[in-house]
Design a protein around this ligand. Structure first.
Ligand code: NAP
Length: 479
């Protein structure tokens, strides 16, 4: 099937296409996507600008009603949308179902916000002056999304952008555009007016450049690599566009000697390998206190060896493939670097090609131990199923190692000591913290985002999303 771009309320299926293939079986073409051009982006941005008065002129509850409807449609098509995601991105079907459920919940959450839209009302110092600040949309917003959460991330940008009264042009990742396409389809069927939502798939370089230069654009929200995010920041700054960047990480989990040992092992393995290590909040460094180090390494290796790698559509599979050939090559390249610098991994370390895995991008979950801060795999983001275990003398040493990197997305500690947990919470240099949970696995009701080189601009999700997608208008009224 050919999946068209969606511009000014029309599906455009003419023109050159690119293939979306199943990373678990590259013989399977999931779909052909129309390769958008700079001209498409310009038309989409113009359509969004033209739709702005109608959309921003609707009441918040009326906009919310349409988002509720889109959520209903996604819910109705839940099984198919989730299966599409597994086929295009590779994550297991239960993981895909969890993500689609999250996208639906995000739409419902922000649909409800249409009836609240929190402003400010405070008492004046002056007699008979009524003062308040109300929220207004910022205008046309560009949304650029990555492949690793191909439904949830478009949802957590689209829903708040729309409920605030903005109109949008969304550009999905080329490796997994179908999940975002499904959301746009649901918004179309829900009856969102033409031009409010526009979807242009295609090469990041061409579409991204055209989007950031589109005359009507007022803001851009980007999730992806530091390299592209930093480039976008430079371009957006030239035009003083509002910008929000969520980028890479090298997330630590500290494991202290007093941790609940079995759950610490489970949490580290879950955060390192589920979704094939392709979560932005995945643990890539386990920093383990000396007193339990050897026992912990042995337990993690034993648990990792029991993970089942394969096609995520099959029951009983824990770990799917890398999203594409490029990501698989990156994983294997870092594994080789790890081998050279730290010695043979304690498990994994190979591409899997036997039997049914022959036509997919499968990489064994890989554990390196005795990794130090000087080693490349302790410093650079891999974004694959590779865990570096590092030894820490004590809590202080673990905190120092955890913080001594330029990234600051997520971070975790495993401990039963309440004082240590609080000390960690106040000192950890990351935007998302977990205690006795995997470092990955966030919800939508609270702010999401990192610090240091991982992020820039206001946070996403929860009430924080309004800070990016709306502006204040402050009013002083004498009566
Ligand atoms: P990416 O290569 O930076 O791509 C992200 C998006 O940017 C894609 O839609 C891509 O399009 C587009 N793009 C590429 N070149 C562009 C350009 N010159 N201008 C504008 N847009 C451009 O990242 P990815 O490989 O999809 O995702 C993996 C990265 O995302 C990792 O670093 C991960 O840590 C990060 N991530 C961070 C978070 C977070 O919340 N902090 C969440 C998820 C992922 P094409 O696909 O067409 O190239």
């Amino acid at each position: 099937m050919i999946f068209g771009n969606y511009i000014n309320g029309e599906w455009r299926t003419a023109g050159a296409t690119f293939e979306n293939r199943n990373p678990a079986n590259t013989h399977e073409v999931v779909g052909q996507f129309v390769k958008g051009t700079a001209k498409d982006v310009a038309e989409a941005a113009d359509a969004a600008a033209a739709a702005l008065p109608v959309w921003s002129g609707m009441t918040g509850p009326a906009r919310g009603a349409l988002l509720f409807k889109a959520a209903e449609i996604l819910d109705r098509d839940f099984e198919n949308v989730a299966a599409d995601m597994t086929r295009e991105e590779g994550k297991t079907l239960p993981e895909a179902k969890g993500e689609v459920r999250r996208a639906i919940n995000i739409f419902r959450y922000f649909a409800g916000e249409g009836s609240r839209m929190p402003g400010m009302l405070v008492p004046s110092e002056r007699d008979r002056v009524h003062m308040f600040a109300l929220r207004k949309p910022i205008g046309v917003v560009g949304l650029i999304t990555p492949w690793n959460f191909p439904s949830a991330i478009p949802a957590w940008k689209l829903a708040p952008a729309l409920i605030c009264g903005n109109t949008v042009v969304v550009k999905p990742a080329s490796a997994a555009p179908l999940s975002a396409w499904r959301i746009v389809e649901a918004l179309h069927h829900a009856g969102v007016p033409k031009g409010v939502v526009n979807f242009v798939a295609g090469s990041g370089g061409e579409i991204g450049k055209a989007l950031v230069n589109a005359a009507p654009l007022k803001a851009v929200s980007f999730t992806g690599s530091c390299e592209i995010g930093n480039w976008l920041h430079g371009e957006a700054s030239k035009r003083r566009l509002r910008i929000q960047l969520e980028m890479g990480g090298k997330n630590p989990t500290i494991v202290l000697g007093d941790a609940d040992f079995p759950s610490a092992v489970e949490n580290v393995v879950n955060a390192a390998f589920f979704s094939t290590g392709q979560k932005c909040t995945a643990t890539s460094r386990a920093i383990v206190e000396d007193s339990i180090y050897d026992r912990f390494v042995a337990a993690v290796v034993e648990r990792t060896k029991r993970l089942k790698v394969g096609d995520g559509m099959q029951p009983g599979i824990d770990i799917g493939p890398a999203v594409d050939h490029g990501q698989m090559e990156t994983d294997l390249r870092y594994i080789e670097i790890g081998r050279k610098e730290c010695g043979e991994p304690l498990c994994g370390g190979r591409r899997l090609t036997e039997g049914a895995l022959a036509h997919g991008y499968f990489v064994e979950p890989t554990v390196f131990a005795d990794v130090t801060e000087q080693h490349t795999i302790a410093k650079e983001e891999i974004f694959g199923p590779v865990l570096a275990i590092m030894r820490a003398r004590d809590f202080e040493d673990a905190m120092r190692i955890a913080n001594a990197i330029p990234f600051g997305l997520s971070s975790s500690i495993q401990t039963t000591n309440l004082s240590r947990a609080f000390e960690y919470i106040y000192r950890a240099e990351a935007g998302l913290l977990t205690v006795n949970l995997p470092s990955a696995g966030v919800e939508y009701q609270l702010p999401f985002g990192g610090t240091k080189d991982s992020s820039f601009g206001p946070k996403e999700q929860g009430p924080a999303a309004f800070e990016f997608y709306s502006d204040y208008k402050t009013v002083y009224l004498k009566y």
